[in-house]
Write a protein that binds this ligand. Structure first.
Ligand code: SF4
Length: 485
């Protein structure tokens, strides 16, 4: 869809709201050629802003208009914020009346709703006013507004808890036994890249030692440690032992709030590996079935059954882990609301402390072409999420962090649910950008969070394991430049 802007420069706002409402529209600035088209206009008179939008979609023309007055008068930031809001709202106002059901997130775009809620609270609104504002100003559904406020409250608590010079540490292992059909990560299947694993672990241990020395020289302490991927338990027990020992030697891990290792694929879990994790003080393990329906697992390209998940989960418990997370995905090919409900119920019977409910995100790199016809419909995904929300709440789980992804089915969200007291600091800190994150390994994105200005700067490690090997000097220099500012 082509669009034009008049009287403002907020191209990104126009593209964001068009993509949010019409995910297939491929918005780009251009002339009206008679096809789908959007014209966004902003006019300003003193402190009053008027945004209007004329949109043509599949031959149907519609108009939207929004007017508001800036509070804070000449504050340029407040004016800019209001301009982008109104530009989006006018497009929303034009398009949404044609929808059978309005989007659950209304006109709210962006991946971190709770961060927005916290910033509103910081600017003087009460939590109740903030929740009402999300509903009334951005048309967020009452359920999503409540989820947002629950996550915002937890972020405030975690923000009080974090150490003054604390950082979160992330270590990435970009290998998995096989590649899932929906995978949007950089992970490589072991069968194709087995020879890379050993040199990868060696290079990673070097990065761990160098980054640890840098962190210590800057007086940074580690609040939380998360080893993810990929599937970290793809490594052998000896490789895991080497990596975890390097982390202990390099960083002071004595004051961690939590220490998570993803053991996502049950076909990689062994008692020996679990014993290594325990011996190194790992507090939380993530076993991720995604579905407990064998046919859905098969369509997803996972080479394990639901029974394998149950058996490995039992092993994790027998090894003594007190905190377990299990990930699910709503909207997988071949799944249905009934099937998804059974999956949720099975997990509730197992009783992990954390259950994370994701919505299928279709991204570049995912191989879904052959089975896309089987993808659950958006409405069905909505039913799945509603079921999860109702039943998890009824079983004493609460939503403690959430984020949205572009291209997720139906514009829905991913939500971390947990039993009271089992909130994972890393997940909240990461999602809400509470503190600096140092990421190690291929594709790792380190973020320096300036708590005073709110400015966030990034340094990204080479994306693929083959590029990562041999880039150690460049990575260390980049990290040093980022962290020494
Ligand atoms: S387990 Fe996760 S990272 Fe690995 S292939 Fe599947 S989706 Fe990708």
């Amino acid at each position: 869809m082509n669009y034009q802007i008049w009287g403002h420069t907020h191209r990104h706002a126009v593209e964001e709201i068009l993509l949010h409402l019409l995910p297939d529209c491929a918005a780009g600035e251009g002339d009206d050629t008679g096809g789908d088209f959007c014209k966004s206009v902003l006019s300003v008179q003193g402190d009053t802003f008027t945004a209007s939008a004329s949109v043509r979609v599949k031959g149907r023309c519609c108009e939207g208009k929004c007017i508001d007055t800036v509070k804070g008068g000449s504050d340029p930031l407040a004016r800019k914020r209001l301009e982008t809001e109104l530009v989006k709202l006018a497009v929303y106002d034009a398009i949404v009346p044609a929808f059978r059901q309005p989007p659950v997130w209304g006109a709210l775009t962006g991946v971190r709703p709770a961060k927005l809620a916290r910033s509103l609270i910081d600017r003087g609104r009460s939590p109740e006013e903030t929740e009402a504002w999300l509903r009334e100003h951005f048309y967020v559904s009452p359920e999503r507004a409540a989820l947002t406020m629950s996550a915002a409250k937890m972020a405030q608590e975690m923000d009080r808890k974090r150490s003054k010079n604390g950082i979160s540490l992330y270590v990435g292992i970009p290998f998995c036994p096989t590649r899932c059909s929906y995978c949007s990560f950089i992970s490589s299947a072991v069968e194709k890249n087995a020879a890379l694993i050993e040199p990868y672990v060696e290079a990673l241990c070097r990065e761990v030692l160098e980054s640890g020395a840098l962190a210590k020289s800057l007086g940074l302490t580690v609040d939380s440690l998360y080893i993810g991927g990929g599937t970290p338990t793809t490594l052998s027990s000896i490789q895991l032992d080497r990596l975890l020992s390097a982390l202990e030697n390099a960083f002071d891990l004595s004051r961690l709030f939590d220490y998570t290792v993803e053991a996502g694929r049950p076909d990689t879990i062994t008692l020996e590996k679990l014993a290594v994790l325990r011996a190194h003080g790992v507090t939380r393990v993530s076993v991720n079935p995604q579905s407990m329906d064998d046919e859905v697992l098969r369509l997803a390209g996972r080479k394990h059954t639901a029974q394998d998940v149950i058996e490995r989960y039992m092993q994790v418990r027998e090894t003594g882990f007190q905190s377990v997370n299990m990930d699910l995905i709503a909207g997988l090919a071949g799944d249905s609301p009934d099937g998804f409900a059974k999956t949720v119920d099975t997990l509730l019977d197992l009783g992990p402390e954390n259950i994370t409910v994701h919505t299928l995100a279709v991204k570049r790199g995912a191989d879904l072409r052959d089975i896309s016809a089987n993808l659950a419909q958006q409405e069905q995904v909505g039913h799945m999420l509603t079921y999860a929300q109702n039943v998890l709440s009824a079983h004493n789980y609460h939503a403690y962090y959430l984020y949205r992804q572009k291209f997720s089915a139906g514009g829905f969200e991913n939500v971390g649910w947990c039993r009271p007291g089992a909130e994972n600091f890393y997940n909240v800190s990461m999602m809400e950008e509470l503190q600096t994150v140092v990421s190690l390994g291929a594709g790792g994105v380190s973020k320096r969070v300036d708590r005073i200005t709110g400015k966030i700067e990034r340094f990204t490690n080479p994306k693929y394991p083959a590029e990562y090997l041999g880039a150690q000097e460049r990575i260390l220099q980049g990290k040093r430049r980022l962290l020494e500012k």
